[in-house]
Ligand binder design. Structure first.
Ligand code: PBG
Length: 333
């Protein structure tokens, strides 16, 4: 546009960006502590805390320590913890420890719910912490993870966790039909309020490496992979089919995992189904950010918050993130 022989842009988008008040007025997405789910690793015993080397700032904690962590999460207004067990003895290849009513997870859930009834407690549905081979299910002689046999064990695990008081069961195993089987069993046993957060679009990702160190399944897994049940990172349409299936079978919430490399999947899922949708910013994403922070290559607070708001912008209703406590502390300031 030309005015008095001078060029000027018809629209100056920078006008609204000029002042803090107008930037705030036009902000499209916000992150609050209500968006955060904190994954934690629980150990047997008392007064134990172990650093996870590949996840600086993350530890495995015995219950007494975990209760302090949970208390802090409650104080910060974090709605839910996601509990992962470190099974040091009792592993076998039947996964029976996964539904032991006196096992580490049910005991931890009971203690957490007793102390903090208002804190949501989510448990993980999968057999990898409990199996010697580190796969998420039961294997046949050739090493293939059996779908229906594994689902039967997952149903027992779900009932065991619901019995202990878990609010949300999160199957992260990727067996077909497991959401339907679990939902039916929960209904039959009267657990009508137990929610299912389905790891619906879970990719066969190399970004899970540090998590496998944390729960101690990586050594067991060795060079084996999970390609026959987790999704190909190249696929998007298949994720839509996975989510459709899990919703049809009775999932209350769905998840996309990993997070940051899969923001397009989150957006597609949210736009297609308009249901509560969650992202898992997984261990490898945390590790690579932390490594850069520790080297002074990235600004910790800014990059952490930018990585989290990206999930909101992509359409996620919440984020499972190892940054949950740090982010909540920052949001409090
Ligand atoms: C296993 C499980 C994994 C994660 C959560 N549950 C790893 C895997 O599938 O091998 C990964 C979480 C993370 O990397 O933070 N059922």
């Amino acid at each position: 546009m030309i005015f008095a022989n001078r060029f000027f842009p018809a629209t100056r988008l920078r006008r609204m960006r000029h002042d803090d008040f107008s930037r705030r007025l036009m902000r499209e997405n916000v992150l609050t502590t209500n968006d955060l789910i904190y994954p934690v690793f629980v150990l047997e015993g008392d007064n134990r805390e172990q650093a996870v080397n590949s996840m600086p700032g993350v530890t495995r904690q015995s219950l007494d320590k975990l209760l302090h962590t949970a208390e802090e999460a409650v104080k910060l207004g974090i709605p839910m913890l996601s509990l992962f067990p470190v099974i040091e003895s009792g592993k076998d290849n039947s996964g029976a420890e996964a539904y032991n009513p006196d096992g580490l997870v049910p005991r931890t859930v009971r203690a957490l719910k007793e102390r903090f009834p208002e804190l949501g407690v989510m448990t993980d549905g999968a057999l990898d912490p409990y199996t010697i081979h580190g796969q998420d299910g039961i294997l046949d002689a050739s090493g293939y993870v059996l779908n229906d046999e594994t689902t039967e064990v997952l149903v027992k695990q779900a009932l065991c966790h619901a019995e202990a008081g878990a609010d949300v069961f999160g199957p992260s195993d990727m067996m077909d039909g497991r959401i339907g089987a679990i939902r039916e069993a929960l209904e039959e046993e009267g657990f009508i309020h137990t929610k299912i957060l389905a790891y619906s679009a879970k990719y066969a990702s190399a970004f899970y490496g540090p998590f496998r160190d944390a729960v101690g399944s990586s050594a067991n897994l060795g060079k084996a992979d999970k390609y026959t049940y987790q999704m190909d990172p190249a696929n998007l349409e298949e994720a839509i089919q996975e989510v459709a299936m899990d919703l049809e079978e009775g999932a209350d919430m769905v998840m996309i995992k990993p997070g940051m490399p899969y923001l397009d999947v989150i957006r597609r899922v949210k736009d297609t189904f308009r249901v509560p949708t969650y992202a898992y910013q997984v261990s490898g994403e945390y590790a690579m950010l932390k490594a850069a922070f520790q080297n002074g290559w990235l600004n910790e607070e800014k990059c952490m918050m930018e990585s989290l708001i990206a999930f909101k912008r992509a359409g996620a209703d919440g984020i499972l993130t190892y940054f949950a406590l740090d982010a909540a502390r920052l949001l409090r300031r």
